[in-house]
Design a protein around this ligand. Structure first.
Ligand code: S3P
Length: 429
């Protein structure tokens, strides 16, 4: 994919449904008693992986454009072959939690990237609950031998991960008592919000631990999925960096455990407001308005991203590093070693690609320091087959001097197949 610089970003957008919410609502619907209609379902290849795995487990899901219909009152049945989760860590980890709570055996696998990612983080708690999981030395393929009568556990997460927390909570639906997950840094809380939104009682305690009170079957039901805030992030960043931009994104998810990047960008001088705030099944959503150009000077503490704020920025960190190259004084990211275990090593990929565009970057084990402001120049960018790297550097291409080529850019379909078409629709040259 070859990209030219843009002068500004103008327009109004509506985005496909949030990826994280779509995965969870599909799983809840598949386990529920009533038929569910899910509208604005994510168009991400990752969410298609969740639907196809559920079909392999015997749930006859139908899909017409963005509408997914899941019949209720179904029992999961043992699949005929391995379940292919593609590139999707959320599919594999959360489905492992669901399977742990069913009396069947199923194998979960995925592409080379997914098979290289750490899975002990779910194997340990799910085995404590009574499931048996065979693995390839802590990695996928995972063979899950589940049980519909799991032990309730109280489990402290060794890594801040919403996927692991959610795997335990989905398994907890089959435990014979209360399941509690203790988080040291709060991670995205979609599972808790949606469980409550679908009448499966979960409490979030003051110490950020989460307790699931329900066991057994529940109703399920319909939902319209809010637009994907992580997809919105690329457009917000491009609009703020290009003076005279004016962008509106309607109906986008604004869950506080996902929207932290909006506060970070505002503290770096962006003009961003949110309006029309509403909720659907406990998930807040609304309109994001962005005006181009930076005002004011960010303090050193505003320009340091570290500690407990990292999990709520996790998927936006490569993009924030790109934006950081334009901020007076530069930025630092620390405590983010988890980025090395995503779809690619996102710290290494971000550092190498920013350097290729002329930025001064220092790489640490757990983060990056990016100097700024730097005039970026077009370059050959390696996406490493990682959708978030491809999209972050598409934003860099818009603000750079000269042409940028991104190799493997088709990987954006993992989370956002419409990305380049929508970007062209709002980029003014
Ligand atoms: C996700 C959680 C995050 C995030 C991923 C989606 C989720 O992963 O990076 O893109 O839907 O729960 P971890 O929870 O493993 O950090």
């Amino acid at each position: 994919m070859n990209l030219q610089p843009a002068r500004h970003i103008t327009g109004e957008l509506r985005l496909p449904g949030d990826k994280s919410i779509s995965h969870r609502v599909a799983l809840i619907a598949a386990l529920g008693e009533v038929s569910s209609e899910i509208s604005n379902f994510s168009t991400a290849a990752d969410c298609a992986s969740t639907l196809s795995c559920l079909r392999e487990l015997g749930i006859p899901i139908e899909q017409k454009q963005d509408k997914v219909v899941v019949p209720g009152g179904q029992e999961l049945s043992a699949p005929r072959g391995p379940l292919d989760c593609g590139n999707s860590g959320s599919t594999l980890r959360m489905l492992a939690g669901v399977l742990a709570g069913h009396d069947l055996t199923a194998e979960l696998t995925g592409d080379a990237s997914l098979r290289s990612r750490p899975m002990r983080r779910i194997i340990e708690p799910l085995e404590m609950m009574g499931a048996k999981i065979e693995s390839n030395d802590g990695k996928a393929p995972l063979k899950v031998h589940g049980s519909s009568r799991l032990n309730p556990i109280t489990y402290k997460l060794p890594v801040a991960s919403a996927q692991v927390k959610s795997a335990i909570l989905f398994a907890g639906l089959s435990a014979t008592g209360r399941t509690t997950v203790i988080e040291t840094s709060p991670t995205r809380d979609h599972t808790e919000r949606l469980f409550n939104g679908f009448d499966i009682p979960v409490t979030t305690n003051l110490d950020h631990s989460v307790t699931l009170w329900a066991q057994g079957r529940f109703l399920g039901g319909s939902m319209t999925i809010p637009g994907d805030i992580s997809s919105a992030a690329y457009f917000v960043a491009a609009a703020m960096l290009l003076p005279d931009s004016q962008l509106t994104i309607e109906g986008v998810g604004l869950n506080p455990t996902r929207a932290a990047f909006l506060s970070v960008l505002t503290s770096w001088g962006a003009s961003i407001s949110t309006t029309d705030l509403r909720t659907e099944r406990n998930e807040p959503y609304g309109t994001i308005n962005v005006r181009g150009g930076l005002t004011g000077t960010a303090t050193e503490s505003d320009r340091t991203l570290s500690g407990s704020m990292i999990p709520s920025l996790i998927d936006e960190l490569p993009l924030l590093a790109v934006v950081g190259s334009q901020i007076e004084g530069g930025i630092q990211i620390r405590d983010a070693a988890e980025l090395r275990h995503k779809e690619s090593d996102r710290l290494a990929a971000t550092a190498a690609n920013l350097r290729a565009m002329g930025a001064d970057v220092e790489e640490f084990d757990d983060g990056l320091a990016v100097s700024g402001p730097t005039r970026l120049h077009g370059a050959l960018i390696d996406s490493h087959g990682d959708h978030r790297i491809a999209m972050a550097f598409s934003v860099a291409a818009l603000i750079a001097e000269g042409e940028t080529e991104i190799t493997g850019a088709e990987c954006v379909a993992i989370s956002f197949p419409e990305f380049f078409t929508l970007l062209e629709s709002v980029a003014q040259r």
